[in-house]
Design a protein around this ligand. Sequence first.
Ligand code: S3P
Length: 429
Amino acid sequence: MQSYTVQPARAIRGEIRVPGDKSISHRSIMFGSIARGTTTIRGFLRGEDNLATLNAFRAMGVTVTDDGETLRIEGKGVHGLQEPVDILDCGNSGTSIRLLTGLLAGQRFFSILTGDQYLRKRPMKRVIEPLSRMGGCIYGREGGSKAPLAVVGKPLQGISYSSPVASAQVKSAILLAGLYAEGATTVTEPHLSRDHSERMLRFFGADLDTFAGGVTLRGGRELRGGHIEVPADISSAAFFIIAALIVPGSELLIQGVGVNPTRTGILDILVAMGGSIELLNQRELSGEPVADLLVKSSRLKGISIGGDLVPRAIDEFPVICVAAALAEGRTVISDARELRVKETDRIKAMAANLGRAGVTVSETEDGMAIVGMERLKGGDFESFGDHRIAMAMLVAGVAASSAVTVDDVSCIATSFPDFTSLLERVAIR
Ligand code: S3P
């Protein structure tokens, strides 16, 4: 296990750019591979999760070159993928396995998907069930609910599916299958989840309509490749936004961050807590809104977080817990049951870590209550093999009364390979 120790900081200062958006990077490979013509991608996140997606498409005969700056995909067209000769390993990536399951359901070949010990515990029925209704034939462990998954490609029919969870992975898996299905495919969800698939499909010329609460796609049309500029990932920026808010005397500029409204729940939450965050130089890149974020340290106060804010900030809860632990008063998180089926059970993991840092915290079925305090205690903490738990606790470390050690930080490479060096760069001691 590779541990890491961070020392408290006097302030967080500077101008940074965090790596490219993970969700958009996955989709750029997937849609670029099945489009006609060449797709070029700048700002692609070269984290382990995205490289798992890239390797899967290479294994299906797609040529992808990378000069270190621009990725170039020679698209194969909707029906141009080849049967992989081996199992496709999605590593730790839920987005890779769930979206690929949707894409593979309608192919004219057989494939098998697996992942690491964490991914093999995560629920897959949420995609297998709607895909089966479309005519998909997918087998998995534990009655077809866990990876490894075996996908026997079949002709598919469009469906109208009302998803019980607000999940972009479920929605995107169905839309990818819909590209191969006869007729229209409609997905509705209880709250709008991130809409990067809808935006990129439209950018690539798919026949798609969005409406309040859902999306309809008609298959059978070829996609056209193009140039994609991937904005910086707001989920990665979140660690630095909160570090700058909670360490007094901080001021940080984070450049080129994606501010798609389905992802900016974190900004709404932090502003409601009293955080000073300004959006500067707002613009659009490849169909996605982008801004520079100027963050100044602020005295935060506890709030209640639930409802449609939850899917709009779903990946940020580990580090939101850290902000709540240093806010004045109580923060109550509810409607966040999904956190229990992420890379780890993030409610349980953060309750354990914050408790160890001296915070009064109680778990509920669908969230937690956190009573803020002046200063966190340093010491030894666990990542539970989850990149976002590891990074959240290192952010806690810059604001703690003594050093924080996280037991296993190798998982950070899934989404943010240079996280610790960037944190050290902005931490003034
Ligand atoms: C993602 C969707 C979210 C998110 C994950 C990335 C995506 O998962 O937590 O990190 O790229 O579609 P769910 O769709 O399961 O909520």
